[in-house]
Design a protein around this ligand. Structure first.
Ligand SMILES: [Zn+2]
Length: 277
């Protein structure tokens, strides 16, 4: 599943390949991918629109067209593929954007969970998923005091709380495990039991892990190749995710895997002890 660093890699790829291109035609083969408006309107409104740029918020891509903005979420396995010339589609190709120069951008999604929504220019920020999103995990946006207050309000276990995107955007299962290992926090620790010092350490760990993963182009695990054919290489820097049985790089204790809120969770049982408060 693409997380923030992988989506950032997709965004950069899209900018290099389709920025400035104008849409001649849009084909939709799996209607549910288009959240709104209705398919015919979606197709019609995009004709003649030029891609001015592509932004990202959390795990959402935002295409800026001449008169519209398109919010696109890849969910589990969505990806964009770019082709210089038309070529046969496969059964997982669900949306095809054909540009006036004959090139194409195909949205491919094996699981079909991805979604696109087209809004008037300037309205993407009002899209429900974006309204609920916490700050970007970067120093300038991610305020310590606000983070502290949010955690104090919740007795939820820290891992699922960080996964819900409302307190901070962009963390998925891979990076949340890495972040909690780096900050030495047990994934089941209730948020409101974290000390001020631990919260400070957690914020720094979130910023650091995401920045490093972005720089590495994300993590390539199993079937998920970054869209546009690029593979990231952060998997070489993982300390706990997928490392079950391997000695912790900090203390040598074998990494274990448990379930936390139905998600496979990796941790070092020595570095990340559940603290009774
Ligand atoms: Zn350890």
């Amino acid at each position: 599943m693409p997380e923030l660093p992988e989506v950032e890699t997709v965004r950069k790829g899209l900018i290099s390949l389709v920025k400035g291109k104008t849409i001649a035609k849009v084909d939709v083969y799996w209607p549910r991918i288009i959240e709104f408006p209705e398919i015919e309107i979606f197709q019609q409104q995009l004709i003649g629109e030029t891609i001015e740029t592509v932004d990202r918020r959390g795990k959402y891509l935002i295409f800026h067209f001449t008169h519209y903005e398109m919010v696109s979420h890849l969910r589990m396995e969505g990806k964009y593929e770019y082709f210089d010339q038309p070529r046969p589609l496969d059964k997982h190709s669900h949306v095809r954007f054909i540009f006036t120069d004959g090139t194409e951008l195909i949205y491919h999604d094996v699981r079909k969970f991805g979604r696109m929504a087209l809004l008037k220019k300037g309205m993407a920020k009002e899209y429900k998923g974006l309204l609920q999103l916490g700050p970007e995990p970067i120093d300038e946006d991610f305020d310590l005091l606000n983070f502290k207050q949010q955690l104090k309000k919740s007795s939820t276990m820290i891992k699922p709380l960080l996964l819900n995107q409302k307190i901070v955007a962009g963390l998925g299962n891979i990076y949340v495990d890495e972040v909690l290992w780096l900050a030495k926090i047990h994934p089941e620790q209730p948020a409101d039991t974290l000390s001020a010092q631990t919260v400070r350490r957690l914020r720094v760990a979130i910023i650091e892990v995401i920045a490093k993963a972005k720089e590495a182009g994300g993590t390539t695990i199993r079937t998920y190749l970054n869209a546009l054919g690029e593979a990231g290489h952060f998997q070489q820097e993982l300390h706990v995710y997928g490392q079950t049985g391997i000695p912790c790089s900090r203390c040598g204790t074998p990494i274990i895997k448990i379930k936390v809120a139905q998600r496979g969770t990796h941790l070092c049982p020595h570095c990340q002890k559940l603290k009774k408060v």
